[in-house]
Write a protein that binds this ligand. Structure first.
Ligand SMILES: NC(=O)c1ccc[n+]([C@@H]2O[C@H](COP(=O)([O-])OP(=O)(O)OC[C@H]3O[C@@H](n4cnc5c(N)ncnc54)[C@H](OP(=O)(O)O)[C@@H]3O)[C@@H](O)[C@H]2O)c1
Length: 329
């Protein structure tokens, strides 16, 4: 197994390396790839020093699997070149997610749809992954009719420059602006670019990717995506209306018994999910489970996950693990 991590110097790339180590992902050779700016840089990993290489050199090495997290433009240009060289690309950017010929995969939900001839596999948006993972068992049992979601998203979702902006503001230094406004001590109802319909691209990703992953265009989704000055993960307030009614105790048990989900829901003891606790964890945390008393068959819930983990690195590594387990690589 020759494995390439493209975007290895970035936030998601670094997290991928951590997850590969924690999961004991088996590889014989590891290629760390970034832009030409970083070529030649050294990265220490598991007691060994690796030299960062550029994309051209990486393609020539014909890796078996390449996990990309280097932006949509890089993926659009380079993923096809890798796949032509025989590499299976697992892509964290939004470049291929809505391409009808590409699978959009959360292994626990639709890993079974993967086939040996899938050469570019898309990893969903971070906010989408944590929401659909928590909703999947409920959708199967009660059938989702409509989702109203508001997000509270970590600056780590924007990348290393955004973390630098927030930290510089926090320590009173002049910050290189990644956001149009100050982010520390502020809240921005603006993630990714605004679209003609008034929604942001991030909001439309949540709407469209949810339907694609559940293979159900009839599910109504509406979203408001908000950036907050937090680092450990993304939080989401989700109001979900089902076709069938539910029993709250049964629903809680259903979530508790689903792999990858941890229910933290004990209001009497102030137990609920928070980014501070989700940080560096692979699981999705769910709490504040309660009926929406204004509408039948409707639930309010709070979902938190480390966007760099299940929202990006962990999900991508799990896809690679699935391919290995099913002899597709
Ligand atoms: N952050 C998240 O929570 C999250 C979640 C899901 C998906 N994603 C996606 O993952 C990707 C990376 O996000 P990030 O947060 O890790 O960003 P980041 O911290 O800014 O890192 C970007 C990485 O991409 C590399 N890169 C940039 N331009 C390149 C080019 N032209 N050729 C080769 N490599 C290039 C950078 O290399 P240099 O260091 O050499 O510039 C760096 O390794 C994005 O597509 C993002 O949408 C992010």
């Amino acid at each position: 197994m020759k494995l390439a991590v493209v975007g290895a110097t970035g936030l998601v790339g670094s997290e991928i390396l951590e997850v590969l180590g924690e999961h004991n992902f088996p590889f014989d050779e590891l290629l760390l790839v970034a832009s030409e700016r970083s070529a030649g840089k050294k990265i220490a990993y598991k007691g060994k020093e690796y030299t960062v290489i550029g994309l051209k050199q990486a393609v020539a090495e014909k890796p078996d699997v390449a996990i990309f997290s280097a932006g949509g433009g890089t993926s659009l240009e380079w993923a096809p070149q890798f796949s032509e060289a025989g590499t299976i690309v697992i892509d964290n950017s939004s470049a291929w997610r809505m391409d009808p010929s590409k699978k959009l995969v959360v292994p626990e939900i639709n890993g079974k749809s993967l086939r040996i001839d899938d050469r570019i596999i898309a990893n969903p948006n971070c906010s989408t992954i944590q929401m659909v993972l928590a909703l999947a068992p409920l959708h199967e049992k009660y059938g989702i009719k409509r989702i109203v979601v508001s997000t509270y998203q970590s600056v780590t979702g924007t990348g290393k420059d955004a973390v630098d902006q927030m930290m510089a503001e926090r320590s009173g230094e002049t910050a290189k602006m990644v956001y149009p406004y100050k982010i520390d001590l502020n809240v921005l109802p603006h993630i990714d670019v605004f679209q003609e319909n008034g929604y942001t691209k991030e909001e439309m990703k949540m709407i469209n990717e949810t339907k694609k992953i559940f293979e159900d265009d009839s599910i109504q989704v509406t979203a408001t995506a908000v950036r907050i000055p937090v680092m450990g993960g993304h939080s989401e307030a989700v109001n979900v209306e089902f076709h069938k009614d539910f029993d709250l105790t049964e629903l809680r048990a259903l979530l508790s018994n689903t792999p990858g989900i941890i229910v933290e829901d004990d209001p009497a003891n102030n137990i609920y999910p928070m980014p501070l606790n989700a940080h560096k964890k692979d699981e999705v945390f769910v709490g504040r489970l309660r009926r929406d008393e204004t509408q039948a068959n409707t639930l309010n819930m709070w979902i938190v996950a480390d966007n760099l983990r299940k929202g990006a690195a962990t999900n991508a590594v799990q896809i690679a693990e699935y391919l290995l387990e099913h002899s597709m690589v």
